[in-house]
Ligand binder design. Sequence first.
Ligand code: NAI
Ligand code: 13P
Length: 373
Amino acid sequence: MAICVNNRNYKKYYSGFNSTILNMAPKKVAIVGSGNWGSAIARIVGSTAKENPDTFDQTINMWVFEEMVDGKKLSEVINTTHENIKYLPGKKLPENVVAVTDVAETCKDADILIFVIPHQFVTKVSNDLKGKVKKDAVAISLIKGLSTAKCDGIKLVSSEIKEILEIEVAVLMGANLAPEVANDNYCEATIGIRNQKHGEVLKTLFHTDNFRINVVQDIEAVELCGALKNIVACAAGFSDGLGYGDNTKAAIIRLGMMEIIRFVNQYYPGAHLSTFFESCGLADLVTTCYGGRNRRVCEAYVKSNKSLAEVEKELLNGQSAQGPLTAEEVVELLKKSDSGSSYPLFVAVDRICKGELQPKDLIDCLRNHPEHE
Ligand SMILES: NC(=O)C1=CN([C@@H]2O[C@H](COP(=O)(O)OP(=O)(O)OC[C@H]3O[C@@H](n4cnc5c(N)ncnc54)[C@H](O)[C@@H]3O)[C@@H](O)[C@H]2O)C=CC1
Ligand SMILES: O=C(CO)COP(=O)(O)O
């Protein structure tokens, strides 16, 4: 049975780690995932590793969930053309990023593991790695969602990885639409980690002229901002599909932000308000509500007679919109604490995604929001 992590023992998990990532020897980095964001981040860490040869090993393994694309194995295409033609077409990957199809092989010598897969695959992939990673490795999760493992309370993706692999897990979240990051457009991101020294090493790995990193200690708040904004982006997409304009979207962003803060305070009290104004907070909410896949899929859902799954398949070519599943997970959790009425936006998104409400009912759900009392 999965172990549930409540607030108190979760904090205990994060104390007292030390690892070889503080050693002088170059650290080996592995990327677990090679989708849209996985490939964009591979461009960054491939180049920072090259710029810091004393700190990082020059070869970075990237796990590829093998599939055939145009009659060829995706891993072989990546290793010969240095381009992920399916998930990040048109952008070259650094040649020191090597596609590997066996996840245990990818990670076996790694000191730093970057987890970047859609959250529904975390349990399986982490179990495939169980007992096969270095005991003192440090992981960093770029995954936006909650754990899908059965559990009585809340379980963060980072805590699930941590429980299974028994290593420290940090998080990186931010306003980071992958195609724009891959275009080297200026943006920011937030690393959440308790161990400041490890935070410095991770910052060196991700920080570039156009990808600016802040490090904070509120891991849970950082991670939950990343997960929950995808639900709000679905509401923004419904609103766009209905043609409601920018004032309505601004209201959705504001109410969504208030629900995110309320949720973090309910499950992990004590987060600093300033964390919600880091890139992981308001900035990610805004960018996703304007430019994200969740928004796009939900807008198209309103305008078509198709199911969400059909629309996602047609629009995203194998990529994944994490908002509908996250809404379901969050609402399940809220039911257990009988607190759904404090989160009308989250609940409405879940019910619209499940076909229990019409998209046009969204506004009725927001009209009497607790924020208006
Ligand atoms: N794409 C973006 O702009 C951003 C995404 N994120 C987050 O990063 C995480 C990963 O997202 P993306 O890299 O965009 O992935 P994606 O949405 O491109 O998903 C496709 C990936 O899933 C893999 N996949 C498919 N079936 C699988 C299976 N059964 N087991 C394991 N992997 C499988 C595919 O091989 C492919 O690598 C998500 O949590 C997302 O919310 C975070 C910031 C930006
Ligand atoms: O997390 C993201 C941007 O920071 C990507 O959002 P989407 O998954 O909605 O595209």
